[in-house]
Design a protein around this ligand. Structure first.
Ligand code: FES
Ligand code: FES
Length: 150
């Protein structure tokens, strides 16, 4: 089926099989590989993107269900050469090791800070609870969100 997606402010028209995940469309059809394949079941947070500002697991989101909505991937957060404040804060706090989970954490943090400008540590922990990190950077990620909120 023909779908028309708005990705990082650009309209993308693609022929996709019904049920194809947004993650597959982003990575394999549009070459936007920032969102990662992890569990493919909505349980690890590696594939998060923003859909109308809401953090959304793209692995369990069929592309045809989000036609006409604003999709923002990690590639769409920076303004030219200037990183989004959350991206910069993750760098400044060294809040990554292998980096596989980082996209999901950053996207969840951006969504949180759009809802709550100065979240408590508990609210940050809750927002990042859906992001599994094998490298255990949680404490640094929390500090990064706090830095970004400042
Ligand atoms: S790959 Fe989507 S939540 Fe794990
Ligand atoms: S930094 Fe490696 S999985 Fe989180």
């Amino acid at each position: 089926m023909l779908v028309r997606l708005i990705v990082n402010g650009e309209v993308k028209e693609l022929e996709v099989p019904t049920g194809r995940s947004l993650l597959a469309v982003l990575r394999d059809d549009l070459d936007l590989t920032g969102a990662k394949y992890g569990c493919s079941h909505g349980g690890c947070g590696a594939c998060m993107v923003l859909v109308d500002g809401e953090a959304t697991p793209s692995c369990v989101t069929p592309a045809e269900t989000i036609v006409g909505r604003q999709i923002v991937t990690i590639e769409g957060l920076a303004a030219g050469a200037t990183l989004h404040p959350v991206q910069q804060a993750f760098l400044d706090e060294d809040a990554m090791q292998c980096g596989y989970c980082t996209t999901g954490m950053v996207i969840n943090a951006v969504a949180l800070l759009q809802r709550i400008a100065t979240p408590s540590e508990r609210q940050i922990r809750e927002a990042l609870a859906a992001n599994l990190c094998r490298c255990g950077v949680y404490q640094r990620a929390i500090r990064a969100v706090q830095r970004a909120s400042r």
